[in-house]
Design a protein around this ligand. Structure first.
Ligand code: FES
Length: 237
């Protein structure tokens, strides 16, 4: 299948989205909720694009490619909207360099210099340390649901779910989420500590305790987890 992205001819396969086709062609599109290992979801809205002859600004990670499509992923209009999205994310984060590095990097690369919105009063600074291997810092979460999808699609454990809507939405672990007992946490859930959710988290809201204490590893290797025999592959530090 042939299409054009940012003036470049691109070959794509049936089943590709604009995002995946662009990535294969070496064209980077900003995005936080997309993952090679998960089904398209389209929650962060950073990957929006312009498709000639089509109204609106579709998310490139959920839009299938079509023969002859002409796509633009970079323009002042798109970057202005992306700046606004990142600004809204940052308005819920601790100020300055305490914000997640991925958001700081996006802000810098998009030219976002200041956050105009006051930090909302609904923000909850709750850190779940109940799992022996990783922590979940609710304040750093952007509700992209990659952790929930990883638990469902990769591990099949279904230990996580998104709770509430809008500003209050956030992932929670365990059956307690179904009864509204939100404080129960990972330790009381079905979580098997496989780490799939930690690997997928784009902001570090889910973080290995060793990384939190000692910093990121100097190198990572792609390996197959021997823990449960499912055969998932992970990047291990
Ligand atoms: Fe497409 Fe998040 S990467 S909406």
């Amino acid at each position: 299948m042939k299409l054009e992205i940012n003036g470049r001819p691109v070959l794509a396969s049936p089943g590709d989205t604009i995002y995946s086709a662009a990535k294969k062609a070496g064209i980077a599109i900003p995005g936080l909720c997309s993952s090679d290992d998960l089904a398209p979801f389209g929650s962060c809205r950073l990957c929006l694009c312009e498709v000639e002859g089509q109204s609106g600004l579709p998310a490139s990670c959920t839009t299938p490619v079509r023969e002859g499509m002409v796509v633009h992923t970079e323009s002042e209009r798109l970057n202005r909207l992306r700046r606004n999205i990142v600004e809204l994310y940052l308005s819920e984060q601790p100020a300055g360099d305490r914000a997640p590095e991925s958001l700081q990097w996006l802000a810098k690369s998009l030219g976002l210099r200041q956050v105009r919105y006051p930090q909302p009063s609904h923000r909850q600074d709750v850190v779940d340390r109940s799992n022996p291997f990783f922590t979940f810092d609710n304040a750093a979460c952007i509700s992209c649901a990659r952790c929930v999808r990883a638990c469902d699609e990769i591990q099949g454990t279904h230990a996580l779910t998104m709770l509430h809507r809008g500003f209050a939405s956030r992932p929670v672990a365990g059956a307690a989420s179904l009864t509204g007992e939100e404080a129960a946490g990972f330790a009381s859930s079905n979580c098997v500590s496989c780490g799939a959710c930690v690997k997928e988290c784009p902001t570090g809201a889910l973080m290995e305790k060793t990384v939190a204490e000692q910093g990121p590893p100097e190198r990572t290797v792609r390996t197959t987890c021997a823990y449960c025999g499912v055969g998932c592959a992970f990047d291990a530090g």
